[in-house]
Design a binder for this molecule. Structure first.
Ligand code: ATP
Length: 229
């Protein structure tokens, strides 16, 4: 198997350069994730998981090093192409759902598709298919405030996959939920990921969840090493 979807090479990133409180977060992080592979990203709080995921998802840039998606180097892309890749090829899930409160669950998943020119009925069909995969189809017409925390997060998973990305990045996607709900919601996320065959990097503090992914990497002193512990 050699079909890398995400390749991070020697990423370095710091904050407050040259100041006495300079923080060096990434210090040569390297990772390759294949199509269909789900990688757990494990690290203590403050180690740089969000920084790494934001750079991989083109929400931020590294000081040095490269990000390639499907083999294409993202370093020197113009803003327009970068935005297009971020919108079409990358799905991002945050710890908190960030759903639009005034729209229904279904609409939260159809809107990103319609922004991409998908016809209304096709967008609705895809949204329902995704909601069925995570077991929330019966709540399609409800607004986020009418859903439980676990349901909200499952809708956010569907929204991240709305435009059929090749890469999914998730930053503590179940970190805001109680342990029993977290387990169930994680099952839903894995069902969704496995149904699409995309590449995924899922940050978690939870070693039991990490063990259920294909492999784990951890951030140690700004570098990625194999294994959860
Ligand atoms: N914009 C910024 N300016 C200065 N320092 C920052 C900035 N963003 C992050 N940092 C610092 O960089 C380090 C890594 O932050 P990051 O959010 O990537 O960690 P994390 O592993 O995701 O942590 P957590 O699990 O708590 O979310 C932290 O020490 C943080 O204080």
């Amino acid at each position: 198997m050699n079909n890398p979807i995400l390749t991070l090479t020697d990423l370095k990133k710091g904050y407050n350069h040259g100041k006495p409180n300079e923080v060096r977060v990434l210090q040569g992080a390297t990772l390759s994730v294949q199509a269909g592979e789900v990688v757990a990203l494990v690290a203590p709080s403050g180690a740089g998981k969000s920084t790494l995921l934001h750079i991989a998802g083109l929400l931020d840039t590294a000081d040095t090093g490269t990000v390639a998606i499907r083999g294409e180097d993202m370093t020197n892309l113009n803003d327009r192409r970068r935005t297009a890749i971020r919108r079409n090829d990358v799905g991002f899930i945050y710890q908190f759902h960030h759903l639009l409160p005034e729209f229904s669950a279904l609409e939260n998943i159809t809107l990103p598709q319609m922004a991409n020119g998908v016809r209304d009925q096709d967008a609705r069909d895809r949204a329902m298919m995704l909601l069925e995969t995570v077991g929330v189809a019966h709540r399609a017409a409800h607004r986020p405030a009418e859903l439980s925390g676990g349901e909200q997060q499952r809708v956010a998973f569907c929204r991240a996959l709305a435009n059929d990305p090749v890469l999914l990045l998730a930053d503590e996607p179940t970190g805001n939920l109680d342990p029993a709900t977290s387990d169930k919601v994680f099952d839903a996320l894995m069902a969704l990921v496995r149904s699409t065959g995309l590449a995924a990097v899922i940050a978690t503090h939870n070693l039991e969840l990490a063990a259920r992914m294909d492999r784990a990497v951890r951030l140690v002193d700004g570098q990625l090493v194999d294994g959860a512990a």
